[in-house]
Design a protein around this ligand. Structure first.
Ligand code: NI
Length: 288
């Protein structure tokens, strides 16, 4: 009987306490460890719902433009004639710092006009430009041109750490791979700046040039044309697809070189034809 009274008494005290202090106080009678601050997430063993998706937290400017603007690109062109041999008179025209709308597309128009002659050039592209004009990269690749890597930001590789150097190169390779289904295999260091650290840090052959048209300095199509016409078999010519005068020079140059018996080939085609292997850790100015 005493036990029965005790049980009723305890139950009454519990009910009164609950009325005054709420549920935690009841729990406190049996479990003193329960704290006053109750986190619903913890109580139910669930994480709070995310405030945003991972994609919303990324900087949109760091994401390459989706290749949704590719419709004008032509069908792939068979890179004929070829393969070339050591007896062929070959020259590789290379364009740096693009792609640029209004220049690169004009150069590609000329390449397309001379497709039957197997005219190909090499574009050493900047990642920062590829983001802006991805369709030009796609079109260049479909026309049989080579896409080389000129780094993302055009920094002096000689001033970067090995990690930074690799990022500058691999970011571009990844972008081009998505656009053109082929990763660049050649790197042209910005400003032609290279040293032992660059040769060791960039895991691709470094492609320089032996004919500098100085188009970036003269902005004169005639002078660019004149400098280019001094080329010989195996040479690599440097131009820039950032100004209209370089595209004008190229338009006049192509028929003249063809008439002289030259074949205009990519850098990879040039070295393959001459039987010169391109190796990482080395730099090349011409195929001789
Ligand atoms: Ni450059």
């Amino acid at each position: 009987m005493k036990r029965c009274f005790l049980a009723v008494f305890l139950a009454l005290i519990a009910l009164l306490t609950a009325a005054c202090n709420g549920v935690p106080a009841i729990l406190g009678i049996f479990s003193p460890a329960v704290t006053d601050v109750v986190d619903l997430g913890d109580v139910f063993g669930q994480d709070p719902p995310p405030t945003s998706t991972p994609f919303e937290t990324e900087d949109p400017s760091a994401v390459p433009t989706a290749p949704a603007v590719l419709s004008p690109a032509p069908d792939p062109v068979d890179p004929t004639p070829g393969p070339y041999g050591p007896e062929d008179k070959l020259v590789a025209l290379t364009f740096d710092d693009g792609p640029y709308w209004g220049v690169t597309d004009k150069i590609l128009d000329v390449v397309e006009q001379h497709a039957d002659d197997g005219v190909h050039v090499t574009f050493f592209v900047l990642g920062a430009q590829v983001v802006k004009y991805p369709s030009l990269v796609v079109r260049a690749a479909r026309l049989g041109c080579e896409i080389g890597n000129h780094t993302y930001h055009h920094k002096y590789l000689t001033k970067l750490s090995p990690e930074e150097m690799l990022l500058e190169v691999e970011d571009v390779n990844e972008m081009v791979r998505e656009l053109a289904d082929a990763s660049p295999v050649l790197v042209r260091p910005p400003y032609g700046a290279k040293d032992d650290a660059v040769r060791a840090g960039v895991p691709y052959p470094l492609i320089l040039w032996n004919i500098d048209t100085l188009d970036w300095q003269t902005h004169n199509a005639e002078k660019t044309l004149e400098a280019s016409l001094k080329c010989a078999d195996g040479d690599i010519i440097l131009m820039h697809d950032v100004r209209a005068d370089s595209a004008d020079a190229f338009e006049k140059l192509v028929p003249q070189l063809l008439e002289q018996g030259f074949k205009l080939v990519t850098v990879s085609e040039l070295f393959a034809a001459k039987g010169i292997p391109l190796e990482a850790g080395k730099d090349y100015r011409r195929a001789k």
